[in-house]
Write a protein that binds this ligand. Structure first.
Ligand code: PEP
Ligand code: MG
Length: 574
């Protein structure tokens, strides 16, 4: 049946493909299988074998794509899977307690994991997360549930899911996946942000789409307007294809601005940088003419590993980015875990309000060894280009001072170890909370630069969860309260004599360029695909016109009035 479903345009583009419903179902573990012990043991062993073969094949694929180092994780998984003590224990449970294979395995693994969770040795504690991951595979194989490998789906697949985690998104195979649609999530959810860096068309927040599409059905997505068409007609497909062609042509035209700077008509240059989540994103930045990196979200390096990456592993990743950017500034943010980004091996506590909980700098100050390994790796990287370090989720000057003290400690250690680094590496903070925006003048005395994270600043100023589609209509950076917070941050930075950029998604909103330029923003950092558009905007503007626009806008009472004023201006000048 031909049907249209609306959602939020999370990453622009057009695609036609075959739907694949991706769902993580609850596993149904039946307890008793009295009198069938032999059969259950056989199922257990068969599934173990199957799991091993799957892991070997994933390992071989990983060697080819990501190299031997990354593939070692799976060797570790195989070793855990083959642990004979665990197997014996599970077999005992099947025989002694007349349990089903799946139930006994679950009990056995949980017992093991609990024991590991309580150990002092961090390395062994982290193995608990691995074991749970392996158990899921093993259990699914016992139950005959198909295990989806998101990195090897057929050509022209469009994934349909309730939600995709950032690590699901990171696994997507760009050769075969031409889009994704999720039931929940907003524009600034991390899977949306990643879709933009991967340049995959994506629509989020569609409501119950999973029950309305079947795997194998043809669908078309218009991820500029946020429309999914199930079983499109020939006319609808032709329409999508022609829009796709113009979209790609416009993209090519804008890319001609690749090597030029964003200089306004009256000669003011602003930075046009890009945000990345992985060294693999750098070619996209260069292709789109990003003249620096304003935000490298390093937590993905931590999330794509099965243990804390060592100082050296981090050094290699950061150095790759800095070298590839060839002398252009690279702003690297310390780990921002928590909120919607979890770290299985870290056992983050379950929280009622994770976005208000133990996340980002809070975690790093409580676990300074994490911050130290990151600082040391970053300082070492400074020898290869321009590295700026940025702290996320700050709320107080005490936090900044503590983080600075640890930074100085790391420098001292490196000096003592005769490890070279540049002494003038800048340490800045993100402005993501009203607490910093209101007191920007004071914070500016403490740090080298600011970067406004509007994704969080909007959610914290308005008390609107950025990932909750039920209140997505309230999530609005044009709300005058948020604009005031942005303006105060820029004024505070300049009062204190430091530069300020913006790395939240608002920086890439073409409608907001004139307003932000008029407020005095020094650099825009965004998804790489937005760089050419923002460059073009700046090149069409005069600063004095934009300053006058800011004055008019700040007099307005509602977002609607703000947008009317901005659109009038943009129509005239852009
Ligand atoms: C932000 O909050 O605007 C930001 C850039 O950080 P993140 O989206 O990673 O939370
Ligand atoms: Mg943030």
């Amino acid at each position: 049946m031909n049907k249209k479903i609306n959602g939020i345009d999370a990453s622009p583009g057009y695609s036609i493909g075959i739907a694949y419903i991706y769902s993580e179902m609850e596993l149904d573990l039946k307890k008793d299988r009295t009198g069938r012990a032999e059969l259950e043991i056989e199922k257990l062993l068969e599934a173990r074998n199957k799991s091993k073969n799957q892991l070997v094949s994933i390992m071989e694929k990983t060697v080819l794509i990501l190299g031997k180092d990354k593939a070692e994780i799976f060797q570790g998984h195989i070793t855990l899977l083959e642990d004979e003590d665990l197997l014996e224990e599970v077999i005992e449970l099947i025989k002694g307690d007349s349990l089903s294979a799946e139930y006994a395995l679950n009990v056995g693994i949980e017992g093991y994991c609990e024991m590991l969770d309580n150990l002092d040795d961090e390395y062994l504690r982290e193995r608990g997360a691995d074991l749970r991951d392996i158990a899921k595979r093993w259990l699914k194989n016992i139950l005959g549930i198909e295990i989806v490998d998101l990195s090897s789906l057929p050509k022209d697949t469009i994934i349909i899911a309730k939600d995709l985690t950032p690590s699901d998104t990171a696994q997507l195979d760009l050769k075969n996946i031409v889009g994704f649609v999720t039931e929940i999530g907003g524009k600034t959810a991390h899977s949306s942000i990643m879709a933009r860096s991967l340049e995959i068309p994506a629509i989020v927040g569609t409501g119950n789409i999973c029950s309305q599409v079947k795997s194998g059905e043809e669908i078309a997505i218009d991820a500029v307007e946020g429309i999914v068409i199930i079983s499109p007609t020939k006319e609808e497909k032709d329409d999508i294809l022609s829009k796709k062609e113009s979209f790609l042509q416009e993209k090519e035209i804008l890319k001609k601005l690749k090597d030029v700077e964003a200089i306004s008509k009256d000669g003011i240059t602003v930075g046009t940088w890009a945000n990345i989540g992985d060294p693999k994103d750098v070619p996209g930045v260069l292709r789109n003419g990003g003249l620096g990196i304003g935000l490298y979200r390093t937590e993905f390096l931590f999330m794509n590993s099965d243990k804390f990456p060592t100082e050296n592993e981090q050094f290699i990743a950061y150095k790759n980015v800095v070298e590839a950017m060839d002398g252009k500034p690279v702003t690297i943010r310390t780990m921002d875990i928590g909120g919607d980004k979890s770290l299985p091996y870290m056992d983050l506590p379950k929280e009622e309000n994770p976005f208000l909980g133990w996340r980002a700098l809070r975690v790093c100050l409580d676990r300074p060894e994490i911050l130290k390994s990151q600082y040391r790796a970053l300082l070492r990287t400074s020898m290869y280009g321009i590295v700026k370090i940025m702290l996320p989720m700050v709320i107080s000057i005490e936090e900044v001072r503590k983080a600075k003290a640890i930074f100085e400690e790391c420098k001292k250690e490196l000096r003592a170890e005769n490890i070279p680094f540049k002494d003038n590496v800048e340490l800045g903070i993100m402005v993501e909370t009203p607490a910093v925006a209101f007191r920007a003048k004071q914070f500016a005395k403490e740090v080298d630069f600011f970067s406004i994270g509007t994704n969080d600043l909007t959610q914290y100023t308005l008390a609107v969860d950025r990932g909750n589609e039920n209140i997505a209509h309230l999530y609005d950076t044009y709300n005058p309260g948020v604009l005031e917070a942005i303006k105060l941050s820029i004024e505070g930075a300049h009062f204190g004599g430091i530069k300020i950029s913006m790395c939240g998604e608002f920086a890439g909103d073409s409608e907001a360029t004139a307003l932000l330029f008029g407020m005095g923003l020094d650099a825009f950092s965004m998804s790489a695909i937005s760089v050419p558009k923002i460059k073009r905007n700046i090149r069409e503007l005069n600063k004095s016109d934009c300053v006058a626009l800011v004055e008019r806008v700040m007099e307005k009472s509602t977002s609607e009035e703000v947008l009317i004023e901005i659109r009038k201006f943009n129509k005239k000048y852009l």
